[in-house]
Design a protein around this ligand. Structure first.
Ligand SMILES: NC(=O)c1ccc[n+]([C@@H]2O[C@H](COP(=O)([O-])OP(=O)(O)OC[C@H]3O[C@@H](n4cnc5c(N)ncnc54)[C@H](O)[C@@H]3O)[C@@H](O)[C@H]2O)c1
Length: 139
């Protein structure tokens, strides 16, 4: 299975990539990240030479690049985001571009390539999980 992981040089994305390569031996992972202040390839130093892993420096808002990179992927998993709330107060434009337009660009790439799409986000977007509902089995 071929994964396109966007924002994979960040905190959660880098751990996700490492987990994928460990738990899914047949997986192929393309990590696309534009390496903002939050992205750091040192997070993935231990897998950089893994033949199943490729890094591409790019911006999820770049529609042409996303169309090219997502070709042949089975699923896009998006971690790329402006994620530091305090920064959104002084620089809301970059948040709108990456978190709104970038997510739209990825959705379009997924739709055109007929591949899956997973948006990693926060409870402010998805809502809270009801108390205990995550763990309690349903009859
Ligand atoms: N870390 C947490 O505790 C936490 C909690 C709840 C939700 N989240 C959400 O999970 C997601 C990932 O969080 P994180 O902590 O790994 O974020 P992070 O800030 O550590 O990483 C974000 C990554 O996205 C990259 N990026 C930013 N803009 C980009 C663009 N335009 N194109 C390509 N790459 C770009 C950055 O270089 C960085 O590597 C975010 O949506 C965040 O809001 C995180």
């Amino acid at each position: 299975m071929k994964f396109l992981v966007t924002g994979g040089a960040g905190f959660i994305g880098s751990n996700f990539i490492r987990m994928l390569l460990r738990k899914q031996p047949d997986s192929e992972v393309v990590n696309l990240d534009n390496l903002t202040y939050a992205g750091n390839l040192e997070n993935l130093k231990d897998v950089e030479n893994d033949r199943r892993y490729t890094f591409v420096k790019g911006d999820i808002c770049d529609e042409k690049m996303m169309a090219r990179v997502s070709e042949g992927c089975d699923v896009i998993v998006n971690f790329a985001a402006e994620s530091h709330v305090d920064r959104s107060i002084n620089d809301p434009g970059s948040f709108i571009m990456t978190d709104v337009f970038g997510a739209y660009t990825l959705l379009e790439s997924a739709r055109k390539n007929d591949c899956g799409f997973v948006q990693v986000s926060t409870d402010e977007v998805y809502g809270s999980i009801g108390e205990g509902s995550f763990l309690r089995p349903r009859c």
